[in-house]
Design a protein. Structure first.
Length: 94
């Protein structure tokens, strides 16, 4: 199995796991904002960045953006979602 195919499989598994954890942990949101008291998917993202390296940062950012759109019900503007994901994971990916 080539490295690229292996990384593609890992990326797909990460995105599915990230979205599953986001869905499972989305309890008691704060008002109309998609903020919850705990975020295990963020810890998984950080662990994967540490394990796989900063090259997977775009996959993490996309997973975060998809989860935010899903959690907000589409009520947040796309630039806001992208800025949130970039800020949250750029710190970890650098």
């Amino acid at each position: 199995m080539s490295f690229r195919f292996s990384r593609l499989i890992q990326s797909g598994a990460f995105v599915l796991g990230f979205l599953l954890l986001d869905w499972v942990s989305f309890v008691h949101p704060f008002g109309h904002l998609p903020l919850t008291p705990w975020n295990p998917h963020t810890g998984v993202a950080l662990a994967w960045l540490i394990h796989a390296g900063p090259g997977v940062w775009p996959v993490v950012a996309v997973a975060h953006a998809v989860a935010t759109v899903k959690a907000s019900g589409g009520h947040l503007a796309v630039p806001t979602i992208l800025a949130d994901g970039a800020k949250a994971y750029a710190d970890y990916g650098m």
